[in-house]
Write a protein that binds this ligand. Sequence first.
Ligand code: ADP
Length: 204
Amino acid sequence: IPTLSALYKDKTVLPSDDEPAYKPSSALNDRISVIRQDITKLAVDSIVNAANNSLLGGGGVDGAIHRAAGPKLYDECETLDGCETGSAKITDGYELPSRKVIHAVGPIYWKEGKTNAAELLAGCYRTSLQLAVDNNCRSIAFSALSTGVYGYPSDEASLVAIETVRKFLGEERADKLDRVIFCNFLEKDETAYFKNIPLFFPPA
Ligand code: ADP
């Protein structure tokens, strides 16, 4: 049985860029995966979008998700009346392979300052996990919220994300959540997750 740290170093366990579906071989333990992939290609129960307060689309991963989901996603988002920073709302996935989309609004890092930003980012992860459970999602894939144009440093953001997920998975309400996937797009975010996951999910 390979150890956790050995798996981290063996990048061949990660799906290749042109491989659409989530592969269990990218698992780091029986409930956590780190992958580097286009989140719009994942056939999971829910993906988490890095949205903005309007929930009406934007650039980055938000634009990619809206393009892949088709116009019905925008129509449903219009009915939601926006979303506060640090929280999230859920919609259907429409043309996406994912059944649901959770639209989380992360903090703009330089606007909030480090402490406030961390609280708000943790709120995004907590709310998203709760929404997934409430909607019978057994799997959830997070994009690296706030680490794009919102300027959150990847290392700090990954620590908040991993710690919040670790806490949630330790609670009874998370029992039906089989898998949490950290879906990165850029190498800097993937590197941060590989570095920090062992702090909260130590090797057996
Ligand atoms: P924010 O405004 O919250 O910073 P961005 O969309 O700019 O949102 O970036 C959030 C994260 O999503 C970044 O780490 C970015 O690299 C990543 N990202 C961009 N496109 C995709 C995609 N298609 N799939 C997964 N992640 C993506």
